[in-house]
Design a protein around this ligand. Sequence first.
Ligand code: TGC
Ligand code: FAD
Length: 390
Amino acid sequence: TDDFESPDFYQLDDLLTDEHKLIRSSIRDFVKKEITPYIEDWAENNQFPADIVSKFGEIGAFGPTVPVDYGGGGLDYTSYGLIMQEIERGDSGMRSTASVQGSLVMYPIYAYGSEEQRKKYLPKLASGEMLGCFGLTEPNHGSNPGGMETHIKDMGDHFLLNGAKMWISNAPKADIAVVWAKNQDGRIKGLIIERGMEGFTTPETHGKWSLRASCTGELVFSDVKVPKENVLPNKDGLGAPLGCLDKARYGIAWGVVGAAMDCYESARKYALEREQFGKPIASFQLVQKKLAEMLTEITKAQLVNWRLGKLMDEGKATSAQISLAKRNNVEIALNIAREARQIHGGMGITGEYPMMRHMMNLESVVTYEGTHDIHLLILGHKITGIPAFG
Ligand code: TGC
Ligand code: FAD
């Protein structure tokens, strides 16, 4: 495990266990072999590599914190974070596939589902035999999911589901969808919708300049008959989907540091090789300033992630702490991608280097799972006690 590439400026490896380092290096090897050689082509061709799903299942990228009895990894939150970091070093779209499956599909079935639902779905989701998606956002309700219009009507032996979800990662390929809908009392319920249910379609969203190797789509429900046993029984209200988002946002806080590290490493190597005015560009103070600031921000983000992982394990992490990490780390990753792109000069705009792809991906990451400004307002609410959303 001593072949871990920098940066580890504050010797955070001393705080990791041997198991953490082993998990990180095995995911890193996988990404180097199965993602990095192909990702520019997948992104350019707007192609989701469908076989990545079973491969992610094999390496334990789905639901690492879910107990082993249900097919998960039974690992701690630092392991989960390291897995997301190494996958996103490869590509944010690939990390999206893994974080949706683990945090937004497996987690709600595990935490809010019945024992039958857990047994029926979790092992297949963990192994990659099944792909899932998470439907919260709607065409008219993004930052304010509490306003959702998708609803269920009690028909005695089943519910009738109507409405539509938009911007749903994995939707066009998913076997199941965890969908949030209001009942007749206006209370939000979680439902497991299976592909093949009559009246359920998943049209693909085209024309994205971001997360091009991840597939995104809509979920459209037209009088879908949902058996009552497909309702998640153990939690309802907006807090149920928001509880899943906390897990996914935590993984994103780690993931984007992987993207930032990939850009930093590329820029460091390029600066040492590229010569102008008879010297490597790394010898110019302005280039060194960029690299020093990148390393500083990566190191700060790593420290935030490490501590947050411990708080997650102890069940003490608050939503506002998770918002701070997601918001800060996506912002520094975006800035680092832009600065690294500049260090590569013209070469930086091509697919020969990863920065433009990371930069475009990160524009989605700074928007999904709560926009940058929504996370700022969550912090503002925490600091002042006054919600400024509505
Ligand atoms: P508010 O009144 O504050 O809260 C409603 C209820 O929810 C509880 N709650 C939480 N519970 C658990 N975890 C959290 N993080 C929670 N935040 C709030 C709260 O206690 C309350 O419970 P109760 O029992 O009193 O009812 O709700 P609000 O309507 O004012 O909204 C607050 C706001 C704006 C922060 C929230 O709506 C929000 O986070 N909006 C952003 C929406 C968002 O993040 N959407 C993400 C969609 S999924 C996605 O993007 C996946 S991309 C994945 C990928 O590809 O990787
Ligand atoms: P809006 O909510 O319309 O926001 C537009 C702008 O207004 C933003 O800048 C926002 O910050 C600002 N704004 C909104 N309200 C306020 C306020 N109160 N104060 C100040 N500013 C405000 N959703 C899912 O449910 N499942 C998925 O799998 C999923 N995957 C996604 C994949 C991709 C590629 C993308 C782009 C999105 C995905 N989303 C998913 C949706 C994502 O969560 C939403 O895009 C996000 O929550 C923002 O909603 P919106 O796009 O409707 O923007």
